[in-house]
Design a binder for this molecule. Structure first.
Ligand SMILES: Cc1cc2nc3c(=O)[nH]c(=O)nc-3n(C[C@H](O)[C@H](O)[C@H](O)COP(=O)(O)OP(=O)(O)OC[C@H]3O[C@@H](n4cnc5c(N)ncnc54)[C@H](O)[C@@H]3O)c2cc1C
Length: 321
């Protein structure tokens, strides 16, 4: 089976290396120039990231820029609550992506459409080959690299009503300071006065699109199919995870229909929490309160722990007493 991967972000690069190491006939394509800077906070749970990277013979330790000791979370109107880290760190994602494709077959251009038996769309927000989804949900983001911030450690400040959040993530001697929101007023207000050596932005997809992971014979992976947490924007480890699932499906069958069926089934199982969290997000945004939200609270706590934040309900309740 000849495999073509379009897009060499974390998902495409991981899959390219993983398939290549297993002896598949695979080529990756990405037109971005070397050192092109794609906006991302670079935060990940070290132990989950390092587990993924072991599969492709890469030591995650080499990419760590900072490790969280404590993580501060608050709302615009609520006081700061400090949690312990359960592995949150920042990694040099651009260098990691460069290293992941080293020694693989790849070309610095847009993927030709009909050059393989399987075309994989790992083009992130653009879904260049899958084409737009029938329904989608994205937020605007803007991010700076700065030399200082108001906080020492990892900091999240949530906007009201599911409108996004502002973050500060240490990067060794520098910081990523950014915000994501569906409303540009929140971005402007939260980032006013911030300056830095670099300012970037793009949209982020927060809606799982597993029902549209395959279209016109193209198979999607990573943010192209919504492997991003709807409540934290975490997409690095989840996008690699979707690539690992696709790798296993490709390895287990040469029947394309069987492969696609298995892949979508596995995606839905692995990322079932994201469907719940997307409902939670839309409930918040439309002012819907009630039992459903309470039911999803445990899923939300698990998701924050997955990101590397040792979120404790007791700490949250305690802060209101
Ligand atoms: C501001 C911001 C901050 C974030 N912070 C975090 C964070 O701290 N932690 C975290 O876990 N996640 C974070 N995320 C999310 C995370 O960055 C992404 O979800 C994840 O990197 C998606 O990986 P991907 O490989 O699917 O897509 P991408 O990384 O977007 O890669 C897509 C690639 O496709 C290429 N491409 C596009 N069109 C074509 C084409 N036609 N042919 C070939 N190639 C093409 C692009 O050049 C790009 O290299 C953040 C996102 C944003 C926007």
């Amino acid at each position: 089976m000849k495999v073509v991967i379009a897009g060499l972000g974390v998902a495409g690069s991981y899959l390219l290396r993983r398939l290549g190491m297993a002896g598949f006939d695979v080529t990756g394509y990405d037109p971005k120039p070397g050192n092109y800077y794609i906006p991302c906070g670079y935060a990940a749970n070290f132990s989950l990231l390092s587990g993924m990277l072991k599969n492709i013979g890469i030591d995650a330790e080499k990419y760590v820029l900072s490790r969280a000791e404590e993580v501060v979370i608050c709302g615009e109107q609520t006081r700061e609550i400090t949690f312990k880290s359960s592995g949150l760190c920042t990694v040099d994602k651009n260098v990691l992506e460069r290293d992941m494709i080293e020694g693989t077959r790849h070309e610095n251009k847009i993927a030709p459409r009909d050059s393989g038996d399987v075309l994989i769309d790992a083009t992130g927000i653009s879904r260049y080959y899958l084409r737009p989804a029938r329904q989608d949900f994205t937020m605007y983001t803007r991010e700076f690299i700065t030399s200082g911030t108001g906080h020492r450690d990892y900091y999240f400040r949530y906007f009201p009503d599911g409108m996004g959040y502002y973050w500060e993530f240490p990067l060794g001697s520098k910081f990523h300071v950014g915000a994501g929101s569906s409303d540009l007023t929140y971005l402007d207000r939260s980032l006013s006065g911030i300056t830095g050596e670099r300012k970037v932005g793009r949209k982020i997809r927060l809606m799982p699109l597993f029902g549209e992971a395959i279209s016109n014979g193209v198979i999607g992976v990573g943010e192209a199919i919504g492997t991003v947490s709807p409540i934290t924007g975490e997409g690095i480890v989840p996008s690699m995870k979707s690539a690992e699932i696709l790798f296993r499906c490709i390895s287990s069958t040469s029947d394309l229909n069987d492969l696609k069926r298995k892949y979508v089934g596995e995606l839905r199982k692995e990322f079932s929490a994201y469907s719940k969290l997307f409902t939670l997000l839309t409930n918040f945004r439309s002012g819907r309160k009630g039992l459903t939200n309470a039911r999803y609270a445990r899923t939300a706590i698990r998701d924050l722990r997955h990101f590397g934040i040792d979120l404790r309900l007791g700490r949250i309740l305690g802060s209101f007493l």
